[in-house]
Ligand binder design. Structure first.
Ligand code: ADP
Ligand code: MG
Length: 254
């Protein structure tokens, strides 16, 4: 299996006096999909944001492809010590948010090309070819020259996925990618996520959609109040939950 793309050990995160993560471990091996489930407020988004260093954390280790994040300071003053390392990790872990956050003044193609050209300094001609490939992959090749406002929510989210893919990241991080969508539009995004899982992309997926988590995950983590209450393969987490809390959560979301 080799070195995991992301490995987190004993992560603690607080916002002031509010402890949100209380010692969490997470391993995302290459080619695997890890899903995070749990009630609202359990810390799923925070953990995802800690993975790509969008959030600081007070204690614990984060490794990206075996490379340990270097820190300076302690406790609430702990920050990554090396900006170049942060940039390298962040550009390799592309995030897809619940709200698609497309730039409204750019066409879909320009949205997808923007970061590879400006952040990664890639050749615009090559990036355009890639961008069109990824737009075709998510099924909206014909929308390249459209403005975001002209697209449905499902099409906008697929454009946001194409934009994340165009960075050619080592892993994709999804935070509730379908929860802003109407049910009929949800399906077109779910199909894209499943196809990405099947082609062996490394992904961490925060979702409220238990069927999606069951269908595409290699490993499922159930967070409860900032701690891992239970984790395992989807067959066991969904088929034979061990803890009363997970059983309660699953019956409430069914
Ligand atoms: P989830 O994604 O599982 O719903 P979050 O990670 O968003 O949970 O939030 C976990 C807890 O942290 C919640 O109590 C939330 O209110 C709190 N929280 C999240 N972001 C912030 C922030 N920027 N400042 C203060 N508290 C926050
Ligand atoms: Mg969240």
């Amino acid at each position: 299996m080799g070195t995991p793309v992301i490995e987190i050990r004993g992560l603690h995160k607080a916002y002031g006096s509010l402890e949100v993560l209380k010692g969490v471990d997470l391993t995302a091996p290459r080619g695997h999909v890890v899903s995070l489930i749990g009630s609202s407020g359990s810390g799923k988004s925070t953990l995802l944001r800690c993975c790509n260093l969008l959030e600081d954390s007070q204690q614990g280790e984060i490794r990206f492809e075996g490379e340990a994040v270097r820190w300076k300071g302690e406790g609430l003053n702990r920050h990554p010590a090396d900006r170049a390392q942060v940039t390298r990790i962040r550009t390799n872990l592309s995030m897809v948010f619940q709200q698609f956050n497309l730039w409204s003044h750019m066409t879909i193609l320009q949205n997808v090309m923007e970061a590879p050209v400006t952040v990664l300094k890639r050749d615009p001609g090559e990036v355009e070819a890639k961008a069109r490939e990824y737009l075709a992959k998510v099924g909206i090749a014909d929308k390249a020259d459209a403005w975001p406002a002209m697209l449905s929510g499902g099409q906008q989210q697929r454009a946001a996925i194409a934009r994340a893919l165009c960075m050619e990241p080592r892993a994709l991080l999804f935070d509730e990618p379908t929860s802003a969508l109407d049910p009929e539009l949800e399906q077109e995004v779910i199909r894209v996520i499943k196809a990405l899982a099947e082609e062996g992309r490394t992904m961490i997926l925060v979702t409220h959609d238990m069927k999606l988590a069951a269908d595409c995950s290699d490993h499922v983590i159930f967070l409860h109040q900032g701690l891992i209450e239970e984790e395992g393969p989807p067959e066991r987490v969904f088929g034979a939950p061990q803890t009363a809390r997970l059983r309660g959560f699953l019956s409430a979301t069914a």
